[in-house]
Each structure stands twice: as C-alpha cells, then as structure tokens.
Design a protein. Structure first.
Lengths: 535, 612
C-alpha cells in the first residue's frame, strides 16, 4: 500500500512487492458488511424515522416493533464479525448515554464509506485510523464549544431534552406527558449527597395492559403488579399501614434435612392437623402482635410461602397479603419503604416495619395492582406505571421512557446541553473541514473526508422527513457558515430554523459519546487485515 | 548429510503446498506411495509371496505410478526414493504416515514459515489486527494484535508450526512481550536455512553457524545496553519509554502516554516483585479508553447485602468459603423420622439455631466485614445486618483469593478457633459506582502494593484487547524493574546485532560463514517487516539504516511515524534488554530444533472399528 503523500518531505514510492490482495479483500468485506448494518437502521433516524418490525426466527414468532437502534441491532442475528462489532457499538452507546444508538451506527457507517474511498485512493489504513482519532478529539472540542450549561433546577430545559429523545419514537405524540414524567422520576431519585449520580435501577417501570399511553402515571410510592391475596376475604384496603417485608414462610415447618412424619394410627392424623393449625396460628399471632397489617412475602422455591390455611388466618387477623415478591425486588422494596426485611419469625419486631398512609388494591385495565402511597420517610426511588392498548405499544413506551431517563441521566452526569436537529453535526463537519486545511499531507486529506462524512446525520434526517436532502444540507451549511451555530433542521416545518427556539435539545454527552465511540469502532475495523478461524 | 535425493526442490515444494492446502483427500491422491499401495492391494498382488512377490510388487508399483502420473523427468526423479518406502510399511502400522529426509524438513520449513507469515503483519506500530472467529458455539469474535493470542487459538496440524506456537507461549509467560517478534525471527531464520540447505549445506553446519552468530549477537547487544538503575528519574523515564514502545503497536497506541503512566505507576508500586496478581485489571464497558484509571486498593464486583452498612472504616475482613444456607448432613439417605408436626418445627428451629450459632461464631472473630464465596441466605444475612456487619455473598473464586492476598487475610472455612484465623484489614470499604454498576471498593489494604486498573472502553472487544495490551506492558515493565538494562527500539538492536554478526561471518572460514551471514540477514528482516507493514519502502530504509550503523555508536532506527531513519534516543523508543535477549535465544533454539528434524512420523489415529 502506498503512503505516497504522507508528508511532502518524505514522499517515496513503495518499490517492494507485498501480496496485499487478500488483505484488501478482508478489509473490503468487513467494511461492506458493517455498512450494510448501518444502512439497515438508517431509516429509523430522526423524528420522522420509520419503525422496524422484528420477527424472531424461533418457535415463539415474537414480534417487536421498535425505532430504537440498540434494540434492532441486538435482535438481528448477525454472523459477520465486523457487522457484530457495529451491533456492539450501538450497545455501548446504550450503556454510555442510553440515547443516540441509531445515530452512532449511522455515523460509523458513513465514516466507513469515506474510509473505503481513502483506502482505494492509496491511504494506509493506520494513517486513516490515526487521523480519525485526532478528528474525534477535535470534534469533542467543537461540541464543547457549542454546549449550553444547564442546571438541574431548570426543569423546563430537562423536559425539552427528554422530549427530543421521545420525538423519534412511536410514542412521540405523548411526549408532552412522558417527558415531564421522566424528568420528575429521575429528579426524585437523585441523592443530594451524590448530586452527579443517577442510578436508573432506582426507577421501576411497571407495565400494565389496558387504557392508553395517556394513562401512564408516576406513582409516589410503590406498585406491585400483583393482586392482594383474596383467599379468605382478607382486606384489600388498609389505611395507616404498617408494612412488613418477610423472607420466611408462613406455612408448616420444613427442615433442611430430609424428614418424614410417620402416622401410625387415625388419632395421630387429627393431632398432626391440629398441630399444624396451631403452629401457623402462633406465627400469625406473632405477626399481629407487632402491629403489622400489610405483609409482603418473598417468593420461596423451597416450599410454599403461604398456604390456604395461613392465608385464612392472616385474613382473619385483617392483614393484607401480597405474595410472591421476587428476591431481587426486595432491595428496591425495602429501600422505598424504608424498612428492613425480616428473615425469621423470631425477629419480627415493630422497628423493622415500614409505614404508609394507604395500601390498596386498585383495578387497572383488566388486572389489579397493589398500590402503596404516602410512605413515611420514603427512600429515593420512583415507580412509573406504564399503560397502553397493546403489548407492543407498552414495550415500546417502556423502551422510549428508558431512553428519556437516560437522557436525564446524561444531563445529571454532565450538565451541558447541545442543540439537536443536525446542528452539532454540521457544525463539527464545517469546523473540522476548516481545520483540515491547516494540516498537511495525508492527515489533512483524511480529516477532510471524514469531516464530510459527518454530514450524513442532517442528510438522513432530511431524507427520512421526506425533504430534499441536498437542498436542506446545503442551506444548513450556508447558515452555519454565516455563524448561526444553532441552525438546524426543523422537521415539523420542513425548513432550517434556529433549533434552540424549537426546543430541540439533547445532552452533550450523547453527541460526544456518539462521535468518540463511532470513531473508535471504525478505527478498529480499519486495522483488521485478516480473519482467522480458530477453535 | 548430503542430500540423498536428486529431486527438484521446487516440484516437491509445490506438491507439499498442495498437500497442506487441500486436506486428506488430495493427499491420498497425490501421495505417490499410497497410490501405488492402493493399486497393489486392489490387484491382489499380496497373495504372491517371497522374493518374486516383492519384485512383482515393485514392478506393479512402478507401473502404477507411471500409469497415474504423467510421464516425464519429474516422475522418475522425484518418485524413485519413495520406492524404499515400501519396506517401511511393514514396520509402522497401516495408517501411520512417515515423512523422511528432505520432505520432512520441507514440511517443517513450510509450516513454520506459514505461521510466521500469518502473524508478520501485526508487527510494529503500524501493524494490523486480526479477527479471530471462533468456530465454537456463539461464534465469538476476538479482535487482536497480540501474537501469542492469535497463535494460541489457531488450529495447527503441522508439528513445526506447533513448535513456533510454543515458543511464543513461553515468551508470553517469561517476559510477556515480543511474542510476535520471536515467531517472525524464527520464521526468517528457517527461511534462510532453507536456502542454505538447497545449496547442499548440511543442517548441522547451519546449526553450528547459527549458534556462533547468536552468541556473537547477544554479546554485541549486551555491550550496547544502557543501565540507569542508580538514577531514579532517568529510570522512570526509561520505563515510560519502554511502556510506550510496547503500547504503540497495540490498540492503546493513541493514549499511550496515559496508559504508560498507568502501567509504570502500577509496576512501581510492586516494588520489584514480579507478582502481577497484585494488579487487578477490571473491565467495565462504557466510556472511552481515556476514562480508565488506576486506583489503589481492590475492587470487588459484588453487592452489599440489604440493610447493611454501605461504608466501613478500619475494616476487619473475614474471607470465607463456607455454606451459609445450612450445614447439611452429607450422608446419603440420612433422614429424620418424627411422629408429630411439633417435632418437625423443633428440628427446623434447631437448624435455625445451628445457623445462628455459626453466625455468632463468625461475628465472634471481631469482624465488621464478612466475604463469602458461597451464597448467604436471607436468614444469616439478616443476622449480619442486625450485628452491623457488612456481608458480601457469592464472590467468585478469583475474587476472594485476590482479596485474601491483598488484605493479608486467609480464606477460612471453619470458625471454631478465632485465634488461628488470620483476618484481613483495610482502611475503608465503600460502595462506588463505575458506569452503571455499583462495586465495592476496599482501599488502604494491608498489601500496600496492590492496586486496581479499571479499564473503560467502547465495547467488549476493545476492553479485551486493551487488557491484553496492558498486560504485555505490565509484564515487560515488571521484568525491566528487575533487570534494568535497556536497549533502543525501532530496529536498532537488530541492526547492531546484524553488524557484529556480519563481521563475524567475514572472520570465520568455512561453510559456517554462510550460515552466519544468513543469520544476519534474518535479523535484518525484522526492521524490514516493520517498514513494510507501515507501507514504507523497506529496501531503501534498511540500506540507509545499515549505512548509519556503520558509524560507531549510532542510535539510528526506523521512525515509522515520519517514515524515515531517525534518532531513537530523541524519539524515546526503548525496549527491555531481557525481552530482546529472550527473542534472540528462543528463536534461535526453535530454528535449530526444527532444522534438526529429518523425519516426521504421524501416528495412526486410533481406529473406531476394525476395517479389515
């Protein structure tokens, strides 16, 4: 491969013969495969992006409709190694920023296309890769230059950026409802002790079929997607609740060592039944004695957590029972209720209970849920009840809400916002192209090419919105050249406007991580010259 | 040995390549002996015994060969030696294959060179990566530049190629870096040896020449080493240079200063021990490589139990591997027979009581942190929470072993003698968050040199490769701390050695000098490949470099970035002497070993069923 124009001072021809045929082939095949993946998700970019229906190939024939790049790519069963790298790229963006998962793949695809041109023009792959690295660092600087600082107290800005994330989703018409909801949920779990940390695991999303997305609500408290136990007409509504989370079982005793009860005559049978009854009654009495009136019981795999008999006694004692709470939910539940789990009946004390104003069973759609509200000293958690008319919508709403929450998390981590609508990309492209002119040799050439590649985002946005992409992109370029840094594509009006006025904003972290991750991935693909099959 | 055959080497080569590439089917077709053998069986000649039979057999074979292969000089010359093979068949089992003399040597040469050529392109700062695609389940993909990793995962049949894979493995274990170089050098040595063999020089003569040359090269390098052991600042900058040189050919090349700093800090903490176990490398996807950081202490990827303190100061840690569900009676079929429910309840209570006692015993050690390899069930977890003890369940094997090592504790499994159990200590235990995950951080640990490098990166591929690169750098650095001699990089050591070896060749009379000459050419092949990989004109560069080195005390090497011959001292490109020495010696030894081979016997695979 000739590095003919690496630098004018040391330009020399390659005279040696190297067999590069196969190497080019592998690289070419990798680039082609990766670009094919990028093209597959390209149409789902932007507010007017289209959705994909994914049918799983197995027996279940599960169908998913989504617009989320990470979801699409993770469901595609890719085999080609380079294509899989792109799918993984989108997953990393999901982990790092949560949003922009399509953008990052489209960006990588476009960079690869330019890289291919460069390679065929005789650039050495490592020269292109190094140029790409410098470009990424510089691009991040450009983005920082156009970022707008934001305060967490500025609820309105947060809502704006959340709604930008939601606008490209199926549920975009509900963005006015969902985005404030996401912001409130996120802000309510931010711990004042660690103001720049936001753990999304503290926000629980409960999905319930029925109603429409409009009925989605943020619950200040806790929701169990389960019925309260009705076995013996126990209470379904308890005020001034004292809640216990128990990890033991209210059922006949069972030992770890194998045991058998030997019954030798009829009279003994009666006695055993009586004993069992007394045993359970004793437990229930102890529970009642501590003042508990709501019991959350952890699911047990070893034996029945509750039996009909114990439910009967608990109902008699006017205790509301929710059974089958999963073990991994316990931490969330105890954190929210500000109580401690109880693993043994002997430890059942009043100081381990949580307090709430109201625990009630509510019917939601066709099912019922248990709602706990007015919790005293509630932990920093939030629960969102997502509703929808069918499972597909609910799932998509869930994914969209997750994206919106991630956007807020980005803003919590890094409190800067940036304009949306293709504005940052075109600005980067222009500034980098200008910078390329200051450089020399191959690097300058590569950076020029890659800078052009960034225009793919506004181009695709316009294309997906049914606008004339060339007219839009050139006008956009023109406006940015005039110094309107925040001019972007207004998809709704179909023209170029100051995108900040349209409230289209996104967190800085999404853009910076998209460009750095895409560059890193492309560099890696460029540097591969062989595929070796191994064990 | 002078060549016993008059076969044309090229023809043989071609045929071997054919064999190598196209698998067993073709090999049966091509193998002249087997073809004859088949003929001989089919025609039932075997029935005729005695000398007459043998004669018949020979004629039949000759006939069959003449019949199968196109007539011509090739046939008569190259197949004649194979006739002697017929007798051998009686010695070996039916399917055992034997290759002798020229052919055996040729097979090893070609195998070794094929391996060397495979990894050749990864050499140097502009070397390329390879995708390793697994054929196993999941078809996992690894992207790597590390020679040892590539070679380790290959399917290899050729015995000589296996030797090369082994030396790369040994290089990895011993010094950690130079795994590609050692294979490439061995490959080049064999390539040169092949030419010499074709010139009818006996392999033993070549070996003798190689030995002399290697000794001479080592001495030449030894004289030019630099040692900055006394000067701490200079030594540190040496280490930095070495780390950067190692990293520059890897994925971390763009952030090499940053990572070199990380690696040097980590290794200097070790204070001369080569125990890299004290350096924990933790991979967390997300962020970019620049977000990686070095942290003193130890990080465990686990969660703290519910309701337990999230931060502990002056922790006393008990590391254990014990069942925290119940101590089961391990006798098969043991069971309890009772006649009433109350008794079952009693037994249950007794079991609970046993558990409670166990927990009490553990608490009795005066600890405030308990780390168990096995699960801790709800009941003991609550007991620990009540006692204000931080309990971590289900830590992995490696995790607890390392934790025990760095905190200075011992892994306990019985708790009856609190005085005999060694507790671990650390200043602070707290929950930290990296990316999206919560981890437990032990800082101020007993073993002061312990530290953790947290790697962040775009994807698993990047992280895995970054870990391999960093591991290489750490290995080299820890070796350099013990053996502080340093040489320049960028092809400088090879050229220095080549120059001395050249001199030696001129002084040495006899056939050996050819071999010594060849050694010098093989050494020069390394900078040639580095230049080729960077797309530079290697012929031009190497000749310039050689001219530079003709002057006394030259520090010239190839500067790949600017594509010219440059001053290695100014560029700060250094390598560890120990690595270079290991490359030289083990490559020579491997080449020697392969050269000595004159017969390859492939044992018959065990038969699944008797065919006859």
């Amino acid at each position: 491969m000739a590095a003919a124009a690496t630098a004018p001072a040391v330009s020399r021809k390659t005279e040696t013969y190297t067999d590069t045929k196969r190497r080019d082939d592998v690289r070419g095949a990798n680039i082609a495969a990766a670009r094919a993946v990028a093209d597959a998700v390209r149409t789902s970019l932007g507010p007017r992006g289209m959705d994909k229906m994914i049918a799983s190939g197995d027996q279940a024939h599960e169908v998913i409709i989504t617009n989320d790049g990470a979801t699409i790519l993770s469901r595609m069963s890719l085999v080609q190694p380079a294509a899989r790298m792109l799918a993984e790229l989108s997953r990393s963006q999901d982990a790092a920023a949560g949003d922009g998962t399509t953008t990052v793949v489209v960006l990588a695809g476009s960079l690869l296309r330019r890289a291919q041109t460069l390679l065929s023009a005789g650039a050495h792959p490592t020269a292109a890769a190094d140029a790409l690295h410098r470009l990424a660092t510089r691009a991040v600087d450009v983005l920082h230059g156009m970022a707008i600082p934001v305060e967490l107290s500025d609820r309105e800005s947060l809502v704006k950026s959340a709604s930008t994330a939601l606008n490209s989703k199926v549920v975009s018409q509900y963005s006015s409802l969902l985005s404030p909801l996401a912001v409130d949920a996120a802000l309510s779990v931010v711990d004042p002790a660690h103001p720049d940390l936001l753990d999304l695991r503290d926000i629980r999303i409960v999905k319930k079929l029925g109603g429409t997305v409009d009925d989605t609500e943020l619950v200040r408290g806790l929701i169990f997607d389960k019925k309260a136990s009705h076995a013996a007409g126990g209470p379904t509504r308890v005020e001034n609740a004292k809640i216990a989370v128990i990890q033991f079982q209210v059922s006949p005793p069972k030992t770890d060592i194998e045991q058998s009860v030997i019954v030798s005559d009829y009279a003994q049978m009666d006695r055993i039944l009586r004993e069992e009854r007394n045993y359970i009654l004793g437990m229930v009495k102890k529970i009642k004695a501590a003042g508990c009136n709501v019991l959350l019981i952890q699911k047990s795999i070893l034996r029945d957590a509750v039996t009909d008999l114990s439910l009967h006694y608990l109902a008699k004692a006017k205790i509301l029972v929710v059974k089958d709470v999963e073990r991994d939910e316990i931490e969330f539940v105890t954190k929210t209720l500000n109580c401690l789990p109880i693993a043994n009946i002997e430890h059942f004390r009043a100081d381990k209970l949580g307090h709430a104003d109201l625990v009630e069973e509510v019917s939601v759609g066709e099912g019922k849920v248990v709602k706990i509200t007015g919790i005293k000293d509630m932990g920093r958690t939030a629960t969102v009840l997502v509703r929808g008319s069918n499972q597909l919508v609910i799932d998509e709403a869930d994914r969209s809400l997750h994206d919106a929450l991630c956007v807020i998390r980005c803003l919590v981590n890094k409190r800067f916002m940036i304009a949306g609508g293709g504005a940052p990309e075109i600005e980067m492209s222009m500034q980098l192209a200008a910078w390329a002119k200051e450089l020399q040799g191959m690097e300058s050439y590569c950076i020029k090419e890659f800078a052009d590649a960034l225009e793919v985002i506004p181009y695709t946005l316009a294309e997906n919105a049914g606008l004339n992409p060339i007219a839009i992109v050139t006008e956009l370029r023109n406006r940015h050249a005039k110094g309107e840094k925040n001019a972007g594509i207004n998809v709704r009006k179909g023209q170029i406007t100051n995108i900040l006025e349209e409230n289209v904003v996104q967190p800085l972290l999404v853009s910076t991580s998209a460009i750095t991750l895409a560059c890193e991935c492309v560099r890696m693909i460029l540097k591969i010259d062989d595929i070796v099959t191994v064990r | 040995m002078t060549s016993s055959t008059v076969a044309k080497q090229d023809d043989l080569m071609d045929r071997r390549i054919g064999l190598r590439l196209s698998g067993p089917t073709l090999s049966i077709l091509c193998h002249p002996c087997l073809a004859g053998h088949a003929f001989y069986r089919n025609t039932g000649v075997r029935l005729i015994g005695g000398i007459r039979g043998r004669l018949y057999h020979l004629t039949a074979l000759l006939f069959s060969l003449a019949w199968i292969c196109p007539p011509g000089p090739r046939l008569t010359f190259s197949t004649l030696p194979w006739l002697f093979f017929v007798q051998m068949e009686r010695v070996l089992k039916d399917d055992a294959v034997e290759e002798k003399g020229e052919r055996a040597r040729m097979a090893s040469f070609i195998g070794a060179m094929a391996i060397a050529d495979l990894v050749k392109t990864t050499l140097g700062p502009k070397g390329m990566d390879k995708i390793l695609q697994s054929t196993g389940r999941g078809r996992n993909v690894t992207v790597t530049n590390d020679g040892a990793t590539i070679l380790k995962s290959l399917h290899i049949d050729n015995p000589a190629a296996k030797v090369l894979v082994d030396i790369s493995k040994v290089q990895d274990d011993e010094v950690g870096d130079g795994t590609t170089s050692v294979v490439v050098l061995a490959g080049e040595l064999l390539r040169e040896a092949e030419k010499l063999v074709n010139m009818k020089i006996h392999p033993m003569t070549i070996i003798a020449g190689y030995r002399m040359a290697a000794e001479c090269a080592r001495n030449a390098l030894l004289q030019k080493t630099m040692d900055n052991k006394e000067n701490i600042d200079k030594f540190r900058s040496d280490l930095m240079n070495i780390a950067m040189t190692t990293l520059s050919s890897k994925i971390l090349s763009q952030d090499k200063e940053y990572f070199a700093e990380l690696a040097v800090d980590a290794v200097l903490r070790l204070k001369g021990s080569t125990n890299l176990e004290a350096i924990q490398i933790l991979k967390k996807p997300g962020g970019s490589l620049k977000d990686s950081f070095l942290d003193e202490g130890f990080i465990l990827d686990k969660k703290i139990g519910i309701g337990q303190p999230k931060r502990i100061e002056n922790a006393k840690i008990l590391v254990a591997n014990t069942a925290m569900d119940t101590d089961k009676v391990k006798i098969y079929g043991a069971r309890v027979r009772v006649d009433s429910m109350a008794k079952v309840a009693e037994i249950e209570a007794a079991e609970k009581q046993k558990m409670r006692e166990k927990v009490q015993k553990i608490i009795g050690h005066g600890i405030n942190c308990f780390v168990n390899r096995q699960l801790i069930y709800n009941f003991p977890e609550e007991l620990f929470a009540d006692a204000g003890i931080l309990a971590i369940e289900h830590a992995d094997f490696e995790g607890i072993e390392r934790l025990a090592l760095v905190t200075g504790g011992e892994i306990a499994s019985t708790f009856d003698n609190p005085e005999s159990v060694k507790l671990g200590h650390c200043k602070v235990i707290e929950e930290i968050m990296i990316g999206e995950d919560k981890l437990i951080h032990f800082s101020g640990v007993e073993m002061g040199q312990a530290c953790t490098i947290v790697l962040r990166g775009a994807s698993e591929h990047v992280l895995d490769e970054a870990e391999r690169s960093l591991h290489d750098a750490l290995c080299v650095l820890s070796q350099t701390v013990n053996d502080t001699r340093v040489v320049f990089g960028g092809g400088w050591p090879e050229m220095v050695m080549a120059k001395e070896v050249d001199e030696l060749a001129r002084k040495t009379p006899g056939k050996k000098s050819h071999a010594i000459d060849a050694f010098s050419r093989a050494l020069q092949a390394i900078p040639t490949i580095i230049a080729d990989n960077a797309g530079l004109d290697s012929a031009e560069l190497i000749s310039q470099l050689r001219a530079e080195h003709h002057k006394e005390n030259s520090v010239a090497g190839i500067d790949v970035i600017s594509g010219s011959v440059g001053d290695m001292q100014k560029r700060g490109i250094s390598e560890s002497f120990k690595v270079k020495q290991a490359i030289l010696l083990s490559a020579t030894e491997a080449a020697e070993m392969i050269l000595r081979v004159d017969e390859i016997i492939t044992c018959a695979p065990r038969q699944r069923e008797d065919r006859m």
